[in-house]
Design a protein around this ligand. Structure first.
Ligand code: COI
Length: 352
């Protein structure tokens, strides 16, 4: 059943490609759906992008019942708009919703709602490789009360933002700070979920890293011994004899691009292992020359090469501060599939 659409009376001018950056502009419409215990999911509609009102006691405002996803729609060379692996995001959001005691739309609802709102605003999907329409599905507790318990009412909404590069560096390699004081996640916590709380927790470390001239932080585990992930992306290390990425152990976000990159590396006959990676082995490999490349993966970040790793008493450049061949091949292949320039062997893109 299609979602009712209330069209905007005042369509906005589209931003130029050069001005896009990340998350600064929003399309004309949004999707909204309501949940209550008695009615389940109801009232879904696509309507003009606009503020909504919340009870000041809403659980999202006090106890952080907020979960989101990041997805993208691409305009292919034929003009067709596609979304990338929407079921992957649904599955991850389901796991997060369970952890935060929130209800989730079904897979069919989630995927069809995303496609419908993108279809309504398909003119907002940029017509340029490197740019896309970022999709932000969000789930919040809206019931107003002050007892600490899961809310009985929720809103699921989807907003759309035309984006270019996430980083101001564009595709140039990033400087990443190894964070030895602040902690992103601990076993049993929220690390594997895309809870808004994880991002609130990351802000101070990112702010301090920026002051030192670094773009983001590399998070370590609770012992400050193992590598976990970078601020807004998963991380891969290219050694002489293998490519390694931290294995998913409950504290790391299971990225869709991470998963896709593992599949692509296998299809390129590269040795890719998901395992525990110590920060000491990264330092040793940098010293003895066996650390060839470091790069991050994410929906917003795509494939982002890392050109420098720094910490309180150690730093190294990686791949002479330039993009390495593995990161370049992955970027070209992934974006080739997304923009329809390469065959979609893995069935990752779907027309809206
Ligand atoms: C994404 O890559 O979609 C993210 O959510 C990262 C960040 C922009 C929060």
């Amino acid at each position: 059943m299609s979602v009712p659409v209330r069209r905007s009376a005042k369509p906005k001018p589209k931003p130029s490609y050069e001005s896009l950056g990340f998350g600064k502009f929003f399309s004309d419409h949004m999707l909204i759906a309501y949940y209550s215990e008695s009615k389940g999911w109801h009232g879904v509609e696509i309507k003009p992008y606009e503020p909504f009102s919340l009870d000041p006691a809403a659980s999202v405002l006090h106890y952080g019942q907020a979960l989101f996803e990041g997805m993208k729609a691409f305009r292919q060379e034929s003009g067709k708009c596609v979304v990338f692996r929407p079921e992957f995001n649904w599955q991850r959001m389901v796991e997060g919703a369970k952890r935060l005691c929130m209800p989730m739309p079904s897979e069919t609802q989630f995927v069809s709602w995303i496609k419908e709102v993108v279809r309504v605003d398909q003119d907002w999907v940029p017509n340029k490789k490197g740019a896309s329409l970022y999709i932000r599905p969000t789930l919040i507790g809206t019931e107003g009360f002050l007892g600490v318990r899961p809310a009985n009412e929720y809103i699921f909404f989807v907003i759309l933002s035309p984006v270019g590069s996430y980083y101001s560096e564009g595709l140039a390699p990033l400087k990443i700070w190894i964070e030895e004081d602040f902690l992103r996640a601990a076993p049993g916590g929220l690390g594997a979920t895309k809870a808004a709380a994880n991002y609130a927790n990351s802000l101070r470390a990112a702010f301090e890293a920026k002051q030192k001239g670094y773009s983001q932080v590399l998070w370590l585990d609770v012992e400050r011994k193992y590598v976990e992930e970078v601020g807004t992306m998963n991380v891969f290390f290219v050694f002489d004899d293998e490519i390694a990425t931290p294995k998913l152990d409950g504290t790391i976000l299971a990225g869709g691009v991470r998963d896709s990159v593992i599949t692509l590396l296998k299809s390129m006959n590269k040795k890719i292992v998901e395992r525990k990676v110590t920060i000491q082995e990264i330092k040793d490999a940098a010293l003895n020359g066996t650390l060839k490349e470091v790069f991050g993966t994410g929906t917003a970040a795509v494939i982002s090469p890392v050109g420098e790793l720094g910490s309180k008493n150690w730093k190294t450049t990686v791949q002479d501060g330039k993009t390495g061949p593995v990161a370049k091949a992955l970027y070209d292949t992934l974006t080739g599939i997304q923009y329809g320039q390469l065959p979609d062997k893995f069935g990752w893109v779907q027309s809206v």
